[in-house]
Design a protein around this ligand. Structure first.
Ligand code: CA
Ligand code: CA
Length: 566
């Protein structure tokens, strides 16, 4: 795992070593390490003709912590674009363009027309920065470059341009809590307790006792001390109480914003700062720190921020913290409501009575702690699946679809844990490639690729994909659904109803989660006006009586959406 620390890739970097070491010492060190890497070629001229030098333990990789100033190119996107639906995409698993079996940015560009047709207004890319893990990308080894297997910064520029041309924004994952152990900053920090970057990470002379985070000891001991790394020993936590570290991250954010990226998904914001073994989650500084980051992003035109904070979505979604956060825990109620559970239907109905508009509802994501693929959780029950989708795609907030969810992709065949959720996308029924690559996919395909795939569903008006398109079309054509108020919510038996209002537009959404048709008397409507069905289009008009009530029959397991007109 550590073998590439000083070997071929970083040898090139060593030619740029900072001037605080004499050239002679660098030559000596290069000689030593070229030999260690099997590339020295036996040339010891430098070593044999120079006088004795001070001892050098190892050449440290150069770090780039340069300042980047705000340079806003403006935004090509519509105002309120971030109230449309997003899709979370794992680039490695989306589309391979060159046959190496690994998804890449060029492949994603080829699929932008599909995403536009689906009705997507924003894409969250799981980390595209260079990583040590070569998989999920959360072990970032270079905050200002693209993962080699994904392409180049030029490809990323092209992706931004092509997405913007289609009215789609791109936000990228930003990992502020930790870097890769191979990141040059940590390699320096680990070198000695006198290194200039020692205090950029969290060090103790020896591991303190009494710590337990997610069932493990977060302290990792190496020759120079013990560092704090709760998620993985190869992902050391930054010391975010060091102002230089915060400045570094701000410069990295400006790097991407200056390129034209439309915002960020911030990883693990509940874990940023630790104040002791019983005070390591959701510390007060985490909220003010994220407010600083949000303000930095807000210095650019029309950008968007959403945070991952499973233990406090509402706190971090607040306007004086991230301004946006995923609605963790809500997904459990959404799925139980879809199964017809009355208690869950009531919880869903009540959710946005007290939640900030910045909540971003999900059904699932790339982490197994948030649940399995929806197909697996619902046992392939398409009616329940459509109810779950309708519920969160028509609600307030900004919904995030996890790639493949819209076609009912299942977990990977024979896989478990997070890998099971991060398979290649099922574009076709080809059980060898899924239409994902011309080569051999880097990981097993979804177990149901033969039946649940884009090709099979695109021309089927009753497919899950067509249903997702219908829901997103409502969101994209009715401002009240995308960004309106949440009014007059009620639950009556298995029926949930609410109204959305924006400017003069008023809509009514009714969902029957039960197994039989229900006739419901809907109240609090404008007296004497008419309900016009906008979904499905063939359902009938209904009159609102003088008391502002209308009697409506909703078939079993279905959703009805109406606009109100005089
Ligand atoms: Ca590729
Ligand atoms: Ca931390």
């Amino acid at each position: 795992m550590f073998q590439s620390f000083f070997c071929p890739n970083s040898m090139l970097e060593n030619h740029r070593i900072a001037a605080n070491r004499a050239a002679l010492i660098i030559l000596l060190a290069l000689s030593v390490f070229l030999t260690a890497c099997g590339g020295g070629g036996g040339n010891n001229t430098a070593a044999s003709t120079t006088p004795p030098a001070p001892p050098v333990t190892q050449p440290l990789p150069p770090v780039d912590v340069s300042t980047i100033m705000l340079a806003d190119k403006g935004s090509a996107l519509a105002p309120d674009w971030q109230r449309g639906a997003f899709i979370e995409i794992y680039v490695r698993g989306y589309q391979d363009s060159d046959g190496d079996g690994v998804g890449d940015l060029k492949g994603l560009i080829q699929r932008l027309d599909y995403l536009k047709d689906l009705g997507i207004k924003g894409i969250w890319l799981m980390p595209v920065t260079k990583s040590q893990d070569g998989d999920h990308g959360y072990a970032v080894s270079d905050y200002r470059n693209i993962e080699t297997a994904y392409g180049s910064l030029a490809d990323f520029d092209e992706l931004l341009k092509q997405a913007h041309d289609r009215g789609i924004g791109i936000i990228i994952d930003y990992v502020m809590n930790h870097s890769a152990a191979q990141h040059p900053l940590f390699v320096n920090s680990r070198d000695s307790d006198r290194n200039a970057y020692r205090d950029w990470y969290v060090w103790q002379a020896s591991a303190p006792t009494g710590w337990n985070i997610y069932g493990g000891n977060p302290w990792r001991t190496v020759a120079t001390g013990s560092y704090f790394a709760p998620f993985w020993d190869q992902m050391p936590d930054f010391n975010l109480l060091n102002p230089s570290v915060v400045e570094y991250h701000k410069n990295n954010l400006r790097f991407w914003l200056n390129l034209g990226v439309d915002g960020f998904r911030f990883d693990a914001v509940g874990n940023l700062v630790e104040n002791g073994p019983s005070a390591w989650l959701n510390q007060p500084r985490n909220y003010t720190l994220m407010n600083e980051m949000r303000l930095l992003v807000a210095g650019y035109s029309n950008r968007y921020v959403v945070c991952e904070a499973p233990d406090d979505p509402k706190g971090f979604a607040a306007a004086d913290a991230c301004g946006g956060a995923f609605g963790f825990q809500l997904q459990i109620d959404l799925l139980n409501a879809a199964r017809g559970n009355i208690d869950a239907i009531n919880k869903v109905s009540n959710y946005f009575k007290t939640s900030p508009i910045g909540i971003a509802p999900i059904l699932a994501n790339h982490d197994s702690f948030a649940g399995d693929r929806i197909w697996d959780q619902l046992g392939g029950n398409i009616n329940q699946y459509k109810l779950a989708a309708a519920t969160y795609l028509l609600m307030p907030g900004t919904p995030f679809i996890y790639y493949g969810e819209e076609i009912g992709i299942a977990g990977g065949a024979g896989l478990s844990g997070d890998s099971k959720l991060r398979t290649p996308m099922s574009w076709s029924a080809d059980t060898a490639t899924g239409g994902f690559t011309a080569g051999k996919p880097f990981r097993a395909l979804a177990a149901n690729v033969g039946t649940q795939n884009v090709a099979a569903q695109q021309s089927d008006a009753n497919s899950l994909l067509s249903f997702y398109k219908s829901m997103l079309k409502l969101r994209n054509t009715l401002p009240s659904i995308a960004k309106g108020s949440y009014d007059a919510p009620f639950v009556s038996g298995s029926v949930m109803g609410y109204q959305r209002k924006f400017a003069a537009e008023q809509t009514l959404v009714l969902t029957n989660y039960g197994q039989i048709a229900v006739t419901t008397n809907v109240a609090n409507l404008p007296a004497g006006q008419t309900l016009n069905a906008v979904f499905p289009l063939n359902s009938s008009r209904s009159a609102i009586d003088a008391n502002g009530a209308a009697s409506i029959t909703i078939p079993a397991q279905s959703v009805r959406v109406y606009t109100v007109s005089p």
